[in-house]
Design a protein around this ligand. Structure first.
Ligand SMILES: Cc1ncc(COP(=O)(O)O)c(C=O)c1O
Length: 384
């Protein structure tokens, strides 16, 4: 096997999720707080467009960086939702935002380049950076700061080798949403150090407490050219299995990613591209309703967590996870997750995956009834 793979860990979130799914297919009554995907079905109008695509024979190779029609809709979306002006030659459509991010690291990073990321971070960032031969530089955010990274710590992490900073707002797993002021400060660091910011905005629609999502690339002062804005349809439209992600960036970056993609995956699935076209044109109400339901679920989960003194948390203002501190339980995260799944059939993700071994991630992408049932089980288990 290639030396390159020696240092790459399997995705721990996918492994616990597939174990929970396996147990469910065996008929076990598992409450899945490990899920990284909405439990809603893909909306009907999206499925209808996909069915039409199949029936009309839209089943062949497309342009490898995505169909022009979809790129146009993505440009309109960026303009409407994010105040970002991109043209078709600044867009690549890929097989999920994960693939978009993978492509970015592959085309930007040289060996020994450093990429700065903020912990707790999404599991795949460090491994993707390593797969590109570069070095992840982790800046740990403190729970006492609401998991927001102090700007001074971020500044300190920048060296001559830094190629980019990854920003994920709202974030997985802590649900951190950066304010305009913080984004302006980060933008200032990026511009003054002549590096890139890779802005993963996959959870932009799932934002609570009247907070507003701001795209860092839309701030003035030169940051636009140094921003790669990544997004996708997985989380906002309940389309995780369709595998469509996209990014907007300077056309010089797009050119390289298009070449890379043309020799690796070629186009993302033709039918899914049509489905994404439908998703990005759905009436706003469909997304608003889903967001409101997620906010109810978050409120329910944190209310129930308040009944368990040994679990503490920082209230998430976005995404669909609560990152819980389990220090007071005396367990390490792996042990906590394993025992809870075996003894009470509740699946959670151990925090090691995100750079914190004294935390677990609970997903509230499941209905209120299940949230209550799962929280009852956790409460009882910890009492025992
Ligand atoms: C922060 C973050 N970015 C990107 C992704 C990738 O999403 P997808 O590849 O399904 O578009 C995920 C999925 O869990 C995520 O949590």
């Amino acid at each position: 096997m290639a030396k390159r793979m020696r240092d790459i860990e399997p995705s721990p979130t996918l492994s616990i999720t597939s174990l929970a799914k396996k147990m469910m297919t065996e008929g076990k009554d598992v409450i899945n707080f490990a899920a990284g995907e909405p439990d809603f079905d893909t909306p009907e109008p999206i499925k209808k467009i996909a069915k039409e695509a199949i029936d009309t024979g839209f089943t062949k190779y497309t342009s490898s960086s995505g169909i022009a029609e979809l790129k146009d809709i993505i440009c309109a979306k960026f303009k409407r939702d994010n105040r970002l002006n991109y043209t078709q030659d600044q867009i690549v459509v890929s097989c999920g935002a994960k693939h978009s991010l993978y492509n970015v690291f592959q085309v930007l990073c040289n060996p020994a380049d450093e990429v700065v990321l903020i912990a707790p971070y999404w599991v795949s960032y460090p491994e993707m950076i390593k797969m590109a031969g570069a070095k992840p530089v982790v800046v740990k955010a403190k729970e006492s700061d609401g998991f927001e990274v102090p700007i001074s710590a971020l500044k300190k992490a920048i060296t001559k080798k830094t190629k980019a900073i990854i920003l994920n707002s709202p974030s997985n797993p802590a649900g951190v949403t950066y304010s305009l002021k913080e984004l302006e400060e980060i933008a200032e660091i990026v511009v003054s150090n002549k590096i890139f910011v890779i802005s993963d905005e996959i959870y932009e629609k799932l934002i609570y407490d009247e907070k507003k999502h701001v795209s860092i690339g839309s701030l003035g002062g030169g940051i636009y050219k140094q921003t790669i804005t990544v997004n996708g349809v997985s989380k906002s439209y309940s389309m995780t299995g369709w595998r469509i992600g996209y990014l907007g960036a300077d056309s010089s970056i797009i050119k390289e990613i298009s070449i890379l993609q043309s020799h690796s995956t070629s186009n993302p699935t033709s039918i899914s591209q049509k489905a994404a076209l439908g998703a990005l044109q759905l009436p706003k109400k469909a997304i608003d309703d889903m967001r409101a339901e997620f906010e109810n679920r978050r409120n329910c989960m944190i209310k129930r967590l308040d009944e368990i003194p040994s679990l503490t948390y920082t209230k998430p203002s976005g995404a669909f996870y609560v990152f819980c501190n389990i220090q007071k339980t005396g367990f390490k995260a792996q042990e906590f997750a394993k025992n809870l799944l075996e003894e009470k059939l509740v699946a959670v993700i151990p925090g090691e995956a995100f750079g914190f071994d004294d935390h677990v991630r609970l997903s509230f992408a499941t209905n209120i009834e299940k949230i209550n049932e799962g929280m009852d089980r956790i409460k009882e288990w910890l009492k025992q």
